[in-house]
Design a protein around this ligand. Structure first.
Ligand code: ZN
Length: 343
């Protein structure tokens, strides 16, 4: 019970990419870069094991960014045609590639690092992919010119990739959909349908991660504008409860999400964000346990998996590792308390 996991990414070592920056360019090239990505993946798997995380990830060490890492290998996406677009409903600008023709996955995208992670841990392994709707929100499109159609095209490619990853022994495939929290109507209109397409036929566990973003200034400012109660989840949870996805990863630590909204996820596992990635303070184990116990009033304890609020890619490495320790310690505390209550 209360098995721990993380949203996905961890900071990269300073020899691989500049720390504390999103989209940081690689510091190495060619074969040296390949070797460095391999080493960093092993290190971050080990760091999670040392911290006591039960379901580990590759730490996203082999990709520059969670969306573009996938797109870089997709035919029909032209990285030479960069456009500056406003993403997440005008929250911030991003330099993005352009869809210029039919999209096609000609080869494996993430098999390399998934195999490294798989061969270096006996724990359950989760692997993250961008969700179709979030991809559509992080790319310019001159070919399909229709967001739902483009999302379905990407969902088919994500499904091919996910099947391959499941075959090499990945236990959980997670799709990251921060866009769901921004376009709630579109999420229920076509975002969740695209997600259902992406998990079609998968025999491993499936998850979707929906958060309020990395701890960067644009997101922190946006959160400050959302008022005393964040009710975005209320718009999408009922549709997610009816979806094919097994697990929903959400932000709860330091968030103004009314905890009773979790009751709308009836029948699903909840990857409960108990670690705030926008705060430089390490949570105490009491705080972590308290968040778990608040959620346990609305979600059966057996369905709660304590987790981080979001990825830790832009965070200081030492801080991130300390937060992983707090995550484990808080989950252990909550586990112990619940066990003694049930005796
Ligand atoms: Zn996130």
């Amino acid at each position: 019970m209360f098995e721990t996991t993380i949203a996905g990414s961890l900071p990269k070592p300073a020899w691989l990419a500049q720390p504390r920056v999103l989209w940081a360019p690689w510091r190495l090239f060619g074969e040296t870069l390949v070797e460095a990505k391999r080493d960093a993946t092993v290190l971050m798997v080990k760091a999670q094991e040392d911290a006591g995380i039960d379901i580990v990830t590759d730490g996203e060490q082999a990709r520059r960014h969670f969306v573009h890492g996938f797109l870089e290998q997709i035919e029909g996406v032209d990285f030479a045609r960069q456009a500056t677009i406003s993403i997440r409903n005008n929250r911030y600008n991003a330099e993005v590639p352009t869809v210029t023709g039919p999209v096609r996955r000609a080869r494996s995208v993430h098999r390399f690092e998934a195999e490294i992670a798989r061969s270096h841990t006996n724990r359950r392994l989760k692997f993250t992919l961008p969700g179709p709707m979030t991809i559509v929100d992080t790319i310019a499109d001159e070919h399909y010119r229709d967001r739902p159609t483009l999302a379905m095209a990407f969902a088919a490619l994500l499904n091919e990739e996910a099947r391959e990853l499941a075959e090499i022994g990945v236990d959980v495939i997670q799709f990251d959909e921060p866009a769901f929290n921004v376009y709630m109507e579109a999420a229920t209109d076509w975002g969740i349908a695209a997600l259902n397409r992406a998990v079609e036929g998968l025999r491993c566990k499936t998850a979707v991660h929906i958060c309020y973003g990395y701890g960067i200034k644009a997101n922190i400012d946006w959160k400050a504008s959302l008022g005393p109660e964040w009710r975005q989840y209320a718009g999408i949870f009922p549709a997610l409860a009816a979806s094919r996805i097994d697990q929903i990863s959400i932000e709860c630590a330091g968030a103004r999400v009314p905890i009773e909204l979790l009751g709308l996820l009836n029948g699903k596992d909840v990857l409960l964000g108990v670690i705030d990635v926008a705060s430089e303070r390490v949570e105490t184990r009491e705080e972590v346990a308290a968040t778990i116990e608040r959620a346990a009033r609305f979600v059966p304890a057996e369905r709660i998996y304590p987790c981080t609020n979001c990825g830790m890619a832009p965070m200081d490495r030492t801080l991130a590792i300390s937060k992983l320790g707090a995550l484990s310690a808080g989950a252990a505390l909550a586990r112990g308390r619940l066990a003694s209550q049930r005796q």
